[in-house]
Design a protein around this ligand. Structure first.
Ligand SMILES: Cc1cc2nc3c(=O)[nH]c(=O)nc-3n(C[C@H](O)[C@H](O)[C@H](O)COP(=O)(O)OP(=O)(O)OC[C@H]3O[C@@H](n4cnc5c(N)ncnc54)[C@H](O)[C@@H]3O)c2cc1C
Length: 480
């Protein structure tokens, strides 16, 4: 029975390099059947949003081509994986299924049920750590519990057994004699058509393993040296932009980790800072694993009593980048057009929604989920709760970002704001983060017509701040 094939089930690991499940399947010496299952049914409300679906299409296309170049065929199937995988096993006579582990609560439930069912049918299941450097249950506090604070978590990671060396890329993929039918990728309708809003995504991104490697290389060559100093500057291209590639597993975190070990020349501070950001991702997964309600419920339940407001008009203004605060609006434009937003702008835009507009963080989480190419359940939920103050090791609620000051500090010449809001392009630097403060003559000369081609502020910053702090006191049972 040596020719009995095995299935390699690709999920958030759309790469051939450093892919432990693929590597182990090939090492078994059996023919492999690479499979991807589009399983919206088991996503429990967190099926990929519009921008992620665009990315997924492109990434599967790239993976399919890499597999084909090595003699294999990527088999695509749609439906609940707990039905599709056993069907494929029956169809192909596969003796085993290999996958890299996921950590989202719905995926854990599905995978453990599926594992039990397959084992019951005499099929072996092999799962691996392919997506994280430190799996959530391996990093424990002195009391043998999960971490709730980032710094000790990071120290514990750095004290732990370092992630193993990345595995190589296979040269060939010996396929089974009988290749099961694959559904055409186009039939999944992952790409937008009516209208095709993905022009900006095409312009900014190259999904797939080769695109990820090129991004990482460019970052190491051009930007890592300055990372610690410049990562908060949104006017310059200072960060790696690896987040969607990491989310879809087009680059392995071990590859990043080990490459950094050899880049001390870039300056220990920058290397350390970048590694710390990668560990923030690990921390978000740690939190999601140990607190599976993180995407849905306040981590600190005191926030259940917060007097959120539900104002559809201001929420709409925020989504559309029409709040009248240029840094927030530029961020929301960047998101809408390119599927990405600079980290500091994410913090400012999220803070604005939660604190200036007193809108529940979940509304923002949902919008980001649909529009970000790097939408990631762990990172998104942990970050929204961090900004809200309701999360683990979160910014305190009373820290309310001032969108004008943030702009002046991290985009002093207004380069970022003008890039995404061309209507403000002729406004002098002095007013570009607060157009309503400009004298009429200045506005006129720059052709900025408040209330016509650029909105008035939806709220006054100082009043909004007071209102948010009063809401916080109400939550705490203090007199507002
Ligand atoms: C409200 C809000 C929502 C967010 N939603 C997401 C999301 O859905 N998906 C996502 O990947 N990131 C999210 N982030 C975190 C962060 O903004 C992005 O990871 C980062 O901007 C990606 O850009 P980069 O790859 O150039 O980052 P770099 O600065 O180059 O960092 C390298 C990698 O480290 C990880 N990382 C960096 N910052 C963080 C962070 N704060 N938390 C967790 N991981 C981090 C990412 O994987 C990133 O690719 C969110 C942040 C905020 C404030």
């Amino acid at each position: 029975m040596a020719e009995q094939p095995v299935i390699v089930w690709f999920r958030q690991d759309l790469r051939l390099s450093d892919n432990p499940a693929l590597h182990a399947a090939l090492s078994s010496g059996r023919p492999v059947i690479p499979v991807y299952v589009l399983d919206d049914e088991n996503a429990h409300g967190w099926a990929p949003g519009g921008a992620s679906r665009w990315w997924l299409h492109k990434s599967l296309q790239a993976l399919g081509e890499s597999i084909a170049a090595r003699g294999g065929t990527l088999v695509l199937r749609k439906g609940p994986a707990d039905r599709v995988i056993p069907d494929l096993v029956a169809e192909t006579g596969a003796s085993g299924v290999f996958w890299n582990r996921l950590y989202e609560p719905h995926a854990i439930r599905r995978d453990s049920d599926l594992k039990a069912a397959l084992k019951g049918d005499g099929v072996t299941v092999h799962s691996y750590a392919g997506n994280l450097a430190f799996e959530p249950w391996t990093v424990r506090t002195g009391d043998d519990g999960p971490y709730r604070v980032f710094s000790p978590f990071m120290k514990a990671c750095l004290r732990s057994e370092p992630p193993g060396r990345p595995l190589g890329t296979p040269n060939s993929l010996p396929m089974a004699a009988l290749v099961p039918d694959s559904e055409p990728l186009d039939s999944w309708n992952l790409l937008p058509t009516k209208p095709d809003w993905a022009g900006g995504l095409r312009e900014h991104w190259t999904p797939g393993e080769a695109g990820a490697a090129a991004r990482f290389e460019a970052f190491l060559d051009d930007r890592l040296d300055e990372y610690a100093k410049a990562r908060d500057r949104m006017d310059e291209n200072t960060t790696s932009r690896l987040s969607p590639h990491l989310h879809f597993g087009e680059i392995g975190v071990r590859t990043i980790w080990h490459t950094l070990n050899h880049r001390e020349d870039a300056g220990a501070r920058s290397v350390g800072k970048f590694r710390a950001e990668v560990i923030w991702r690990e921390f978000a997964y740690h939190l999601l694993y140990h607190y599976p309600s993180l995407p849905e419920a306040n981590w600190r339940d005191a926030f259940d009593a917060f007097p959120w407001q539900d104002d559809p008009a201001s929420y709409e203004a925020w989504c559309q980048g029409k709040t009248g605060y240029p840094l927030v609006d530029a961020g929301m434009q960047e998101l809408w057009i390119s599927g990405y937003m600079h980290n500091r702008v994410r913090m400012v835009a999220a803070s604005f929604l939660i604190k200036h507009l007193m809108t529940h963080w979940k509304r923002g989480e949902e919008w980001f989920w649909d529009t970000l190419v790097d939408a990631d359940l762990a990172n998104n939920a942990a970050s929204w709760q961090w900004v809200a103050g309701s999360g683990a090791d979160a910014a305190p609620y009373f820290r309310i970002f001032n969108p004008i000051r943030q702009g002046e500090q991290f985009d002093p010449k207004g380069v970022y704001v003008r890039r995404w809001l061309p209507v403000l392009k002729d406004l002098p630097d002095k007013y570009v983060h607060a157009p309503w403060t400009a004298p009429d003559a200045v506005l006129k000369a720059a052709d900025v017509r408040l209330g016509e081609n650029y909105p008035h502020p939806v709220v006054d910053h100082a009043e909004a701040r007071k209102r948010a702090l009063a809401g916080y006191r109400t939550m705490k049972g203090e007199d507002a």
